[in-house]
Design a protein around this ligand. Structure first.
Ligand code: HEM
Length: 417
């Protein structure tokens, strides 16, 4: 659709009942995809801004439309950051506010989302390779890379699929059959009530690999949000009642984080040159602004005052405020339970081992992240206003808990992904 056509659609929507359900989402998304969010015509953005002012309702369609327009207009508003880049509100991920510890259905919902995000990334690879989509046409990867992405994408989705009780026999004869099996499994999921993925892909540029980058980051956000929720559950369980749920949740959180490591292998197929192209337009959006990661870190142990006052926590003011307000931690809850004699010896050992294993999974995540960052970024600064990988090297060895060492302990040092 031409620019005039797009403006006509918007004008006619605004002139009518301005029903959020009738909003021309597809046309708007297409206009963004044609050039990338960073390059969308200012006149179109001004029109969208006027449109946003007309959305006044409070029901779900109005909320969705407002959230979408906030994501689409983040650069225009001067609010562009990591959360708006990844459209996290549209994925309906928790925003760090307290809720009850996750039950089985909350865990399943998160697993479904991870699987769908990864499957969508893989489908895009296949559609582009088959030339059935013109989306993000620049710096397309070669066939070998596409094949690798299909294989690694399926591997990254498997742990969540297994937890969902779906352990498909993947036909890995060709990349296409591998990816097709994954799509078939996803198509069979009951996703009633789950967020739609369609609106959560607004890349800043038209480089092919940005699609993978966004979906992997979104999948990791989903994992961190899950881990943070489990850790809040651990704190609650250590504070009152029998400690068995604390052990179970620590193990679950460890598995979530540990098995998500294959997302990094998938991301490591990104072409560094393609990354350099689109990251010119992502300045100001960095995972240093990830609330869920900092929640995970600060729920384990209260960060030292220097870290709390550094860019690490100044980039997540809501989490910083929670810490300053005395957010309880697993570390303290464990010490208190031991001090008050509420854990007998066997249980104490179980909790300690659970914490140690979780600490090792987080340490491993940091080492792998560092390896991927070095490979993609080299000596360039980060988009979160740090000096880049030297920052990551410095924070890689921060203790996860004070009370317990990582288990089994490993020598430190960057490991390539
Ligand atoms: C191309 C791949 C990646 C590169 C080059 C990269 C680079 C960086 C850099 C340089 C920083 C320091 C802050 C800054 O100035 O931006 C950082 C922080 C961070 N990144 Fe990445 N990153 C990559 C992938 C990921 C992925 C997939 C995740 C998963 C969500 C992630 C999560 C984080 C987190 C949570 C931080 C904050 C760490 C802290 O403050 O201790 N990164 N990254």
């Amino acid at each position: 659709m031409s620019r005039c056509g797009f403006v006509r659609e918007l004008t006619s929507w605004s002139a009518g009942a301005a029903d959020p359900d009738e909003f021309p989402y597809d046309q708007v998304v297409d206009a963004f995809h044609r050039v990338g969010k960073h390059f969308v015509d200012k006149e179109l953005l001004a029109r969208l801004d006027e449109t946003r002012a007309r959305v006044t309702g409070h029901d779900e369609p109005a909320r969705l439309l407002r959230d979408f327009l906030d994501v689409a207009l983040d650069k225009w508003d001067g609010r562009y950051d990591y959360r708006s880049y990844l459209a996290l509100r549209l994925l309906r991920l928790p925003d760090g506010t307290d809720g009850p510890p996750p039950d089985a259905e909350a865990r399943r919902a998160r697993d479904r989302l991870v699987v769908r995000l990864v499957a969508d990334a893989v489908s895009f690879e296949l559609s582009a390779a088959a030339r059935v989509t013109g989306l993000l046409p620049e710096q397309r990867p070669g066939r070998a890379v596409v094949a690798k992405r299909c294989r690694l994408g399926v591997r990254a989705a498997l742990p969540a699929l297994t937890r969902l009780g779906l352990d498909p026999k993947i036909d890995d004869t060709t990349p296409a059959t591998t990816a097709t099996t994954l799509s078939a499994v996803v198509a069979g999921l009951d996703t009633t009530g789950d967020p739609s993925l369609r609106l959560s892909m607004l890349p800043v540029h038209v480089t092919h690999d940005e699609y993978l980058f966004i979906r992997v980051l979104q999948a990791y956000e989903c994992v961190f949000a899950g881990v943070a929720d489990e850790l809040r559950g651990v704190v609650a369980a250590l504070g009152a009642g029998p400690p068995a749920p604390a052990v179970e949740r620590l193990g679950y959180a460890r598995d979530l984080l540990g098995t998500a490591g294959s997302l990094f292998s998938l991301l490591a197929t990104m072409q560094p040159a393609a990354f350099q192209t689109f990251r010119q337009y992502t300045e100001g959006a960095s995972a240093i602004q990830s609330r869920s990661y900092k929640l995970v870190e600060s729920l384990c142990r209260t960060p030292a005052p220097e870290r709390l006052d550094s860019v690490a926590y100044r980039s997540v003011p809501e989490v910083r405020a929670r810490v300053r307000d005395g957010q309880p931690t697993v570390d303290e809850a464990y010490r208190r339970a031991v001090h008050e004699g509420r854990l007998d010896d066997p249980t104490r050992r179980l909790v300690e081992t659970g914490m140690g294993r979780f600490a090792e999974a987080l340490a491993q995540w940091r080492r792998t992240h560092y390896g991927v960052a070095v490979r993609m970024l080299g000596r360039r600064p980060g988009t979160g206003y740090t000096e880049g990988t030297p920052y990551l090297a410095a924070v890689r060895d921060l203790p996860v808990f004070d009370a317990v060492e990582p288990y089994p302990s490993r020598p430190t040092g960057g490991r390539p992904a």
